[in-house]
Design a binder for this molecule. Structure first.
Ligand code: GDP
Length: 208
């Protein structure tokens, strides 16, 4: 990957609004990239790291906001979106159903949505939650980028082995899925993630 300075736009991310359902979401224009992940996977830390802000995604953890879709704006046309996630297997049926409806509605009808970053703990990849998200994205032909985070928790060998294993599983979804290692703690993989976001948010330099 060619070295270039990060786009300064990420540092400008600010909390925009929370939505319980799509009708409350900001105008569906411009470019949007969503982040999803099972609770505790490291999604908030990834959003904070990529935007260079310590507490941006903490907003999403405010009690009462955990089941909401949280929107952050980078500029007038570009947004990052924090999708609700939880310990899926343990969630009550009614909560699961409500979550499922709101996710399906969002993924199926959000025209400005250009891609989904799916955050997984590198030690526990491809959970039931993850497979469901991958299925939905495949169904909508929505590009997906898998972030295997907390990579600092594994030695290099096992981390690379997991990367390959998840790549193999994801290749079933063809060109639409990419996978990388990431660590919010060690700050590794940030440039690769920003390159994916740049492309999806229309920030990449045009190829001549
Ligand atoms: P979320 O529920 O998916 O938003 O997860 P958080 O970002 O709150 O992270 C859950 C826990 O994992 C917290 O204790 C974080 O400090 C920790 N964590 C997140 N990312 C990393 C990482 O890259 N490395 C390590 N070692 N811990 C991490």
């Amino acid at each position: 990957m060619t070295e270039r300075p990060p786009n300064p736009l990420y540092r400008k991310a600010v909390f925009l609004t929370s939505a319980e359902r799509l009708a409350q979401a900001p105008g569906d224009e411009g470019w949007e990239v969503a982040f999803a992940g099972r609770s505790n996977a490291g999604k908030s830390s990834a959003i904070n790291t990529v935007t260079g802000q310590k507490a941006l995604a903490r907003t999403s953890k405010t009690p009462g906001r955990t089941q909401l879709i949280n929107f952050f704006s980078l500029d007038d046309e570009r947004r990052l979106v924090d999708l609700p996630g939880y310990g899926f297997a343990k969630a009550p049926e009614a909560v699961k159903r409500r979550w499922q409806r709101s996710m399906e509605e969002y993924l199926a009808s959000r025209r400005s949505l250009r891609g989904l970053v799916l955050v997984m703990d590198v030690r526990h990849p491809l959970t039931e939650f993850d497979r469901m998200m991958i299925d939905w994205c495949a169904h909508q032909s929505l590009p997906i980028h898998i972030l295997l985070t907390k990579a600092d928790k594994l030695k290099r060998g096992p981390a690379i082995a997991t990367l390959h294993q998840v790549r193999r599983s994801a290749s079933a979804f063809g060109e639409q899925a990419s996978v990388q290692l990431f660590s919010a703690l060690k700050r590794t993989g940030i440039e690769d993630l920003q390159a994916v976001l740049d492309a999806w948010l229309g920030l990449s330099e045009p190829v001549i």
